[in-house]
Design a protein around this ligand. Structure first.
Ligand code: IPD
Length: 277
């Protein structure tokens, strides 16, 4: 891939890999030392939306390391890091995606780092320190898992598809998201809710999931994972669904994404009250 904004996307990928591994190691250590829920977790947008000292410390480490290497870049981080830059590159950071998993010691969590311009995401890295798996991609140069080329295997048919999803933190949004499930569940193999959107997207790229959808994701939840999906050969799009607030992010292999979006639209219509359907 040619240089964009004066930089080779592969160089941004390499830097993000190095930094994500550092932050992941710090989080893994914090997870071992973690006290039970409540000690170090505070509420954010709702009673179920948590932030921990580990989130904040990891964001500090990521920002310092990225700006140490590239002082002219801008930053947008989930835990509040925000800084304008002069290079045309913005780092979009979720230092700890899967905070609830982290707090409960349940399943995986991840560091997600993407570099983007106003036009495109150039590089993305998602590191899962629990499974020690690192997903990465650079625009036009493919996706990788632990440094080896990652190409999405052939998808299952819709009725055999394992579908990942997630739910937002606001009660009203959750209720609308739950409304899709009665029509969705009988039409696919099953549903999974891993608790980390960044890893869900990597799972679609890898073939651990056949498709993924979620409404209302923040840029830091999805920037890196979406590039990894696309560079692995999947398609991604933002869908407006009747009765669901916020765009629904969808990722799936090319053969599956059309029928899957049709199913989501149908499920959303069926969930509407009779007066609005
Ligand atoms: C959350 C996770 C979760 C998704 C939520 C996200 P956080 O991010 O990715 O899977 O369903 O929408 O907000 O809060 O753990 O960084």
């Amino acid at each position: 891939m040619a240089e964009v904004a004066g930089v080779d996307p592969r160089e941004l990928e390499e830097l993000a890999i190095e930094v994500a591994r550092l932050a992941g190691a710090q989080l893994a250590l914090a997870a071992l030392e973690r006290d039970h829920l409540g000690e170090h977790a505070r509420q954010k947008s709702s009673a179920t939306d948590l932030v921990t000292e580990a989130d904040i410390a990891a964001e500090g480490l990521v920002v310092e390391a990225l700006l140490g290497a590239r002082p002219g870049d801008a930053v947008l981080g989930e835990e509040g890091a925000s800084r304008a830059g002069s290079s045309g590159i913005t780092w979009v950071i979720d230092p700890l995606d899967g905070t609830t998993n982290f707090v409960y010691g349940y399943g995986s969590f991840a560091v997600s780092i993407a570099a983007r311009t106003e036009e495109a995401t150039l590089a993305g890295v998602v590191f899962d320190p629990v499974r020690n798996e690192l997903f990465s991609a650079a625009l036009g140069s493919g996706a990788r898992k632990d440094g080896l080329a990652l190409v999405r295997p052939a998808p299952s048919s819709l009725d055999h598809a394992l579908v990942g999803t997630g739910f937002g933190y606001l009660a009203e949004r959750r209720a609308a998201q739950a409304g899709l499930l009665p029509a969705l569940l009988p039409a696919v193999r099953d549903i999974r809710r891993s608790g980390t959107a960044a890893l869900d997207l990597c799972s679609v790229a890898l073939g651990r999931l056949d498709a993924y959808y979620e409404a209302g994701l923040a840029p830091w939840d999805k920037a890196a994972g979406l590039l990894i999906c696309r560079e692995a050969g999947c398609e991604t799009l933002e869908l407006e669904l009747d009765g669901v607030t916020g765009a629904t992010t969808v990722a799936a292999p090319a053969d599956l994404i059309g029928p899957f979006c049709g199913l989501l639209r149908d499920a959303a219509r069926r969930a509407l009250p009779a007066s609005r359907a």
